[in-house]
Design a protein around this ligand. Structure first.
Ligand SMILES: *[C@@H]1O[C@H](CO)[C@@H](O)[C@H](O)[C@H]1NC(C)=O
Ligand SMILES: *[C@@H]1O[C@H](CO)[C@@H](O)[C@H](O)[C@H]1NC(C)=O
Ligand SMILES: *[C@@H]1O[C@H](CO)[C@@H](O)[C@H](O)[C@H]1NC(C)=O
Ligand SMILES: *[C@@H]1O[C@H](CO)[C@@H](O)[C@H](O)[C@H]1NC(C)=O
Ligand SMILES: *[C@@H]1O[C@H](CO)[C@@H](O)[C@H](O)[C@H]1NC(C)=O
Ligand SMILES: *[C@@H]1O[C@H](CO)[C@@H](O)[C@H](O)[C@H]1NC(C)=O
Ligand SMILES: *[C@@H]1O[C@H](CO)[C@@H](O)[C@H](O)[C@H]1NC(C)=O
Length: 529
């Protein structure tokens, strides 16, 4: 977890080469904007250094943000999105531990005049807000980052349920304009193993508009799976552009990029998603439009890496026609319409054993993978036609039908069909159908994160009898990634069917969470597909 391992000289050279080789996008094109996301792995907090303090630590990350914002700006980016916990890191476990990292963030929606923290003495002891505001000004770029908000309270004068320590503490996404003005703050609603923060209850939908005339919805990590605030963002505010800061823990039925792509596809939206790149298990960032990859990245190693992605997006993705019928390969290295930038590491396909626990920057966390799912392992062979596997769990019956061709990896023939219906470790009620390659030929590896494969499934269909009040996240993952395989999927479909597949098959899933207010799910499908 040490950025210093990354050979600073090489880093500098790469920046120059990159700048020399790529063309900047033009600002004149009114129908498009250029977005950037940074997958960023904050270094480990140096407990051994007596001079290390939370503020120093955060400012070191801020400095990195500045240099990436500069690179992004030089390549034409008008907005840059940074990941969840990218500034704060993870050297805290309690509410008191995290307090020195937090700042009182004013709510610009409650303020009659613009709030510009840069060079503003009122903010002299709120160095994060001040520096982010200055970075936005210096680079004339809209900046979205994740930090921590503390709001002091007491039960007599302020809101109810003031925590006993007298502080609300929030995981908070902030947005600044090119002029350094605080545009919005959003409090994470659905926390994931973050006992030091309060959730926003009820979820608070937040949007902001930029000078380049795009209105963005905001949310953080786990929020992407839940009904609110996203339903309000879509239905009430008509959002088609999303800034998404995340520390997504990959599971093989919901890889970070798959979930991001899926959201973009389901809502005909642009998604600017920035993940922490601590290791392959917590990685996967991208820029998406209408379910298409403009640019994306997945850290293929167990080492931390940073990666800046830039892409050009239609301001109104619903009017974009370029989307559907051609296959566009995204091999983690950017492609046609995306710009590749700084790459610290050489790409090697990577496969990781997985035991349901992930070493996150906050220590080991139990993922929702430890559930009593039904796992049906099966072995593939060449030229199979419409083989059908069935897996059922409680009331859910999953069926997977596949065909293979000549391209089969004879050393890795084991796949599995997983079904689950029930409560996911108190996170939510869920139903899941997932067919994917196992980590090895040992069936105990059949729920592992796997990022490569060398067998082609020429066609697949996965389906399940999902309850109608469950919201389905469809994903389809190949190596390399291809972005239009979900093109035929329609909002609410209980199946994914794809044929003429040429890429190596990793997995496909229908991962559904119970959304209790079903009154509007029909409205979603009507309006947005
Ligand atoms: C920051 O400064 C303000 C006055 O400008 C003061 O009221 C506040 O207590 C200070 N906060 C901290 C954390 O020092
Ligand atoms: C405020 O009230 C809640 C609920 O009664 C209680 O749990 C909490 O400790 C109180 N907070 C303070 C700061 O007294
Ligand atoms: C922003 O969009 C609105 C509505 O589409 C349009 O009327 C306005 O002229 C646009 N402004 C700029 C600066 O492009
Ligand atoms: C799985 O099922 C076993 C046996 O019924 C039970 O003891 C265990 O608690 C279950 N585990 C989970 C995570 O539900
Ligand atoms: C296999 O299934 C697909 C999709 O249902 C169908 O179009 C195709 O005709 C089937 N092939 C054979 C040989 O049955
Ligand atoms: C949805 O309903 C189920 C069953 O009534 C309940 O267990 C669950 O907590 C509800 N979820 C939410 C987010 O309200
Ligand atoms: C969805 O549409 C129905 C029928 O038009 C309407 O009654 C309901 O209020 C709508 N729900 C929302 C959340 O807009």
């Amino acid at each position: 977890m040490n950025i210093k391992n990354f050979k600073p000289k090489l880093f500098v050279i790469l920046i120059f080469i990159t700048i020399a080789l790529v063309n900047s996008y033009s600002y004149d094109d009114d129908d498009y904007y250029v977005g950037a996301v940074l997958e960023y792995a904050p270094p480990a907090y140096n407990f051994k250094d007596p001079n290390e303090t939370p503020v120093k630590y955060v400012l070191a990350n801020v400095k990195q943000y500045n240099s990436y914002a500069q690179t992004a700006k030089n390549q034409g980016a008008q907005i840059i999105v940074f990941p969840e916990y990218g500034l704060l890191g993870g050297a805290f476990a309690t509410r008191d531990d995290v307090l020195p990292y937090l700042e009182v963030i004013p709510d610009p929606h409650q303020s009659s005049s613009p709030i510009i923290p840069c060079n503003n003495e009122i903010f002299d002891n709120r160095t994060i807000l001040q520096s982010l505001s200055c970075i936005a000004i210096e680079n004339s770029i809209v900046l979205v980052a994740d930090m921590g908000d503390v709001q002091y309270c007491d039960n007599s004068t302020s809101v109810d349920n003031c925590p006993s320590d007298g502080r609300f503490q929030y995981n908070t996404q902030v947005a600044f304009s090119e002029k350094g003005e605080l545009l919005a703050k959003y409090h994470k609603s659905h926390l994931y193993g973050e006992p030091f923060f309060n959730p926003s209850t009820p979820p608070d939908p937040v949007i902001f508009s930029t000078d380049f005339n795009v209105t963005f919805g905001m949310f953080i990590c786990f929020d992407i799976l839940f009904e609110e605030p996203q339903k309000t963002l879509i239905e009430k505010y008509g959002i088609h552009n999303l800034v998404y800061s995340t520390e997504w823990v990959n599971v093989n039925y919901a890889y970070a990029r798959g979930v991001q792509e899926s959201w973009s596809k389901l809502y005909n939206a642009n998604v600017l998603a920035a993940n922490i790149g601590v290791t392959s298990a917590i990685s996967g960032s991208g820029i998406y439009s209408n379910g298409n990859f403009i640019n994306s990245y997945q850290n293929p190693t167990t080492k931390p890496a940073n990666k800046l992605l830039i892409g050009k997006l239609p301001k109104d993705p619903t009017k974009s026609t370029s989307a559907s019928n051609t296959l566009k390969i995204n091999n983690n290295r950017g492609y046609e319409s995306g710009i590749e930038t700084i790459d610290f590491i050489d790409y090697e396909p990577f496969k990781r054993e997985y035991d349901g626990k992930v070493n996150s920057i906050h220590g080991d966390i139990e993922t929702p993978t430890s559930i009593n799912a039904t796992i049906i392992p099966f072995t593939i062979s060449e030229n199979q036609v419409n083989q059908t596997i069935v897996s059922s769990n409680n009331d859910l019956i999953c069926t997977f039908t596949y065909s293979t061709g000549d391209k089969i990896d004879k050393n890795r023939l084991l796949y599995s069909l997983v079904s689950f219906s029930g409560n996911f470790n108190n996170f939510f009620n869920s139903q899941l159908c997932s067919a994917s390659i196992c980590g090895s030929n040992d069936p105990s590896s059949c729920f592992d994160n796997v990022f490569d494969s060398s067998s082609v499934f020429t066609s697949i269909k996965i389906e399940g009898n999902f309850q109608s009040d469950y919201h389905i996240v469809p994903t389809f993952t190949t190596y390399p990634l291809v972005d239009n395989y979900l093109a035929t999927y329609q909002f609410g479909d209980q199946f994914i069917s794809v044929s003429n597949i040429e890429q190596y098959f990793i997995g496909t899933s229908l991962f559904a969470i119970q959304w209790n207010d079903t009154s509007s799910s029909d409205n979603l499908s009507y309006e947005f597909i």
